[in-house]
Every structure is written in C-alpha cells, then in structure tokens.
Design a protein around this ligand. Sequence first.
Ligand code: GAP
Length: 540
Amino acid sequence: MDMDKLVSLCKRRGFLFQSSEIYGGLNGFWDYGPLGVELKRNVKEAWWREMVTGHDDLDVLPGAPEPFEMTGLDTTIILHPQVWKCSGHYDLFHDYMVDCRESKKRYRHDQVRGRWLEAKGQTIFVTTQVGGDEGLAETQQRALKFFNLRAKDIEQLQWQGPLISLTTVKDFAPVLGPEAKTLGTLTEPREFNLMFKTYVGALSGEEGAAFLRPETAQGIFVNFKNVVDSTRVRVPFGIAQMGKSFRNEITPRNFTFRSREFEQMEIEFFCHPNSSPQWYKYWRDRRYQWYLNLGLEGERLRLRDHDPDELSHYSVGTADIEYAFPFLPPGEFGELEGIAHRGDFDLRSHMEGKLVRQGNELVVELDAEGKPKYRGSGKDLTYRDDLTNERFTPHVIEPSAGADRATLAFLCQAYTEDEAPDENGKMQQRVVMKFHPKIAPIKAAVFPLVKKDGMPEAAKDIYLALKKRFSVFYDEKGAVGRRYRRQDEAGTPYCVTVDGQTLTDQTVTVRDRDSLRQWRIKAADCVTEIARLIEGGDIG
Ligand code: GAP
C-alpha cells in the first residue's frame, strides 16, 4: 500500500490534519478530523470496555491463573517533579542526538544509517535516514554526487558492506551527514531528555519546574495506595488509564507513528511475585488477540519477545506487539504495544527512592555523600493479603499501548483498492476503508433513493431512530452510486436505502460495504439489524 495515498485520503476525508496547518504546521503534532475523532474514540472505547467496564471478574478467563478485577483512573498530566526523579525518567529518559553543522538539522543518533564506501582513493561513510532498498538507492545517488561521478561511472564506487547504524561509527570525520555536501559535519552524540519542561505557578525558576508526563503509568503507581484503600480490590487486580503523554521526540516522523503529543492506553496489573510469570504470559497473549479481534491481519501483526540484552534494567521479560506499517521497509515492523514484567521496581522506587541494579539486586541509588540520590515518598506501598495475612510488594505486569499508533495501524489495515459497479453497472475502481464495524467512525448511512415521493421522510425517520444508538449519516445529495462511494471511503460498513418499494411494503435495502451484497429488511427492524451486524462483526 502506498502510504502517500492513505495520507492524502486522511486529509481529504477528514481523518487527520497537521496541527496548526494554516500557520505551516507544527512538526510532530496531529489533529483528528470529524471522521478521525470517531475512529480514535472507538479504538479507545473498545479498549476501555474490554479491559475495564466489560471485564468478567467472576470467572477464570482462558489463560489466566485466577479471576481478577480491573478498575480505572484519570490522573493529571503534570505530577510532582519527584515522581520523575524516582521513576528514573529525570536521569534516564533520553535519546542521543547528533547535529549537522552544515544543514543545521538534528538527528537521532540511532536512526541514522549508512554504508562505507571507497572511491577515488578515499574511504567515506555515506548516510541516509531510510532503510532497505530505498536507503541503498539514496546512498548510491549521494555517493555519485559527492565524488562528482555520473551514473555510468557507478563501478568506481566500491561499497564495503551493507547499511549499518551510525552508532557503529567511532570517528565522524569521514561521515557524509544525511543532508550534508561535505564530510565531518556531524557533532558528537549528545544526550537529550525527552520530557517537556514547564513551570507551575508564578515561580519561573527551577523551584517551579515540572514536566508534562511522558507516560500515563506513573499516575497509576503513585495512586496504588489510594485505589487499594478506597475500593475493595484485592491483588491480583489491574488499574487502567488512558490519556495524553508528551515526548519531545528528536525526529518525529511516519505520520502519527512518532508524535510529540500522543495518547496512551496503559494497564498496571498488580500480582503476587510467585504468579507474575504466568500473568505476564496471560497479558502478552490477551493483548495480541485484542488487535487480531479488531481486524489487524495475522501476517502483518507479530508478538516479539525481547532478547535479554534489550530488557530494561528492572524487567524480567518484555514482549512487543508489532505491525508491519507500510512506511517501513519490507520485513520491518513498528511497535504498537509493549508488555513488560516490571517486578517490584515501580512501587519500591516510589517508596524508597530511585533504584539502580547492583548485581541481581535493585538498590537505592546514592549520591556522593552516600544519601539517596532521589528520595522516595516514604509511604508504605506494600500490600497485605487479608486471607493469608502475607505482606508483600506486588509485582507489576504492564501492557502499554498507544491509541494513536493503534488507530494508525487500523487505518493502514483498512485501506483497500478494489472495483465496484457504478449506477450503470459498469465496474469502477474504488477506495474502501475496510474497518471492523466496531471501530468504523460511521456505523450506517441512510439514503432516500430519490428526493421525492415521501422517500426523504421515510429515510429521515430511520436515520433518527438509528442515531439514538449509533453514529449515522444521512445523505440525499447526488446519484446513489456516488453516495455509496463516499461512504466506502469513510469506511461505513452498512448503507440503508429507502426506495419505491419501501413505500408499499415498508422494507429497505441494506448494503454491505465489503461484499457489496444487498438484502431487504423491514424498515422497523433497522435498529436491531444494524446492532446485530455491528455487535457480531458480521461483515463480508
Ligand atoms: N509505560 C511504558 C511506556 O510508556 P513505551 O514503549 O515508551 O512504554 C508505550 O510506550 C506505547 O506508547 C508504545 O508502544 C507506543 O504505542 C506509544 N508511544 C510511545 N511513544 C510514542 C510517540 N512518540 N508517538 C506515538 N505513540 C507513542
């Protein structure tokens, strides 16, 4: 699928716009348009319903060690600055960047790749920001230009190996930066903290400094005791939260995939240390299945366990759910969600202070004077099981998803080009967004075949009845074939058409977006029929 086509459909049909576009846009920030807002709300609603409100806490779910409860929170975007010091974000939440002195551009060190090359007696490293065949072609073009060679002189370029990361290069003197014309213009890599800094109240100095949250998770950890004390939840249980997070990404890119403002959907699941490996496996498999159930194709979706050397210092196991986004080179996948076994790292950090690993132990990090570098809250965040009387610090399993990345994956998956007959029965190319009915922005569209003979009145009655339960659209303008086509592009799974027959036998036509099948039902049954189709996901 050509990503440019999807990006242009998203703008044309009102799924996504660049933020502040009339002022030239702001890199890394995106607005959801009238269709996009419904799509993203449906994704978030599907997550919240399945994970929280619709969760069956009475039975043992398949794969789960025992029944468990789920509850929710909505915490603030700005938290006490000490939260980020104890969590490790203040010291460790950074990427390395390199600046180009010539182009004045900034790059993430690990995202620049390149190839070693020998030509005209000189060895240089030619860089690019893209991988795969595109990256090879770009480095070739740039090398020809650098050495002032023509395409026919290509054999003068002696490539020394494949595309490799700039992180493998120690000396930048022979490096041709991604947009530079001369060598050695990249600076040494520097740390860049990704948290957005702000100031609270009238204090503009460091006293008032605070951060916009880079993840929703910490709001859950610091409320663990409040939730236990104010509800009757017992371990094992999960707390879910969705909301905005902010990261000052060095190179936001790939549409909404890497944004600076985005929404997360996170669960912190608290369990007994002994059963935590089983819970980790349970959540890994359950979250993977959630994406499949909403229509992501098995071949483009994968569950990847991290290698031990990829794990965070506190993690016993982590897996990513990844999707083969069309903007990535063939064979590459992008992260949709991470499921991490975090042990007792988070609750202990907020009790004792920032932790570091010493051998196999997590210990409080000390400053030069031997005092805790960042003090924890000192509050008791352990849990006492009132049945066994055992007191312990729960272990945490964290399924952490991005609402915008999931929405983008559903958009990519839905985009389809096929053929459908026009009003004269002639096959025409069509663009159709094949969303799962549960997340489709508009569930049904209602049309009178023509704007006379009482058809609009009958159609409006059906429209208003449907509107009480679903997001629906009424359209009486233009040829009916064209109206179908507009709904196909919006991803509307069902169209209901009132025609001449409706006025005699009170039946209407329902048209299925994907199979183009049409069938008649009683006008009075429209609400129950559309509900049945959407709930059952019965499409195709
Ligand atoms: N609490 C753990 C945590 O935040 P993460 O892997 O950094 O883990 C979780 O983020 C999810 O949030 C990612 O899998 C992704 O879906 C989403 N996410 C992270 N950074 C993002 C960005 N810059 N733009 C859009 N989504 C992002």
